[in-house]
Design a protein. Sequence first.
Length: 286
Amino acid sequence: MKARAFSYVRPATIAEALAAFAASGGEASYIAGGQSLVPALALRLQAPEQLIDIAHIAEMRGIELADGWLRLGALTRHVEAHDHPLIATHAPLLALAAPHVAHPAIRNRGTLGGSVALADPASEFPAMMLALDAEMEIAGPDGRRRVPVGSFFQDLYQTALEPGELLVALHLPLAGPHHRCAFDEFARRRGDYAIVGCGVVLAMPGRIVDEARIAFLSVGPTPLRAHAAEAVLTGARLDEAAVRHAQAALASDLDPAEDELVPAAMRLHLARVLLGRLLGKLAEAS
């Protein structure tokens, strides 16, 4: 199958992109890396009358420290999340997750903004935005706004983005000297969608956990925070007992749907195993 015929425009600024969408009457799609949109076009799962190519908008590029945050332009490539020194220093969880994203060809083209805006619950970067407590900078006809990540992911492939709006940047709090992080996932083959994945960020001056943030992918219709497990860990000494209690708390946090390939009970079991491994790794390193 081939994509239906469409017109193509390549704006140079965010304002031009928003104007192009408005002029289309809403019958347009933005495209940057195209790693999700192009297959959808080929299968006619999406059939816009116009593609608005935002890949050349300079305002949406760049990785920098700004006002006490790490600002990532939405056009930051997956591969940059793995290689960029500012990300390695101030948001190392992204650098740990990046090698698990698909394959090199996709990482070289795909963008962080595209991944987060698509909000695939099996993707690594949306869940890591939750673990890092990010804020999303959104541009629209009425100006710009920043949306906390806890309000951004709303349902399966649904976000706080209104029709025609653009996710232009991701803002991440800076990792402190006492922050520890870990990421891993279970997948049938490296590069496949994860059966379950998890990112953990702990603030630990010593062996006592001051703050815990745990986010899972592939366990629900959106990326999910494990609030009950976090509560168990906060204020506790990170030892075997705390790890077991956090694993048990996942029964309150996660309710995976039944799947003909991966039963819900198996996915929950793998989530517990994965969390145990990550917390054990952080305990050993503290």
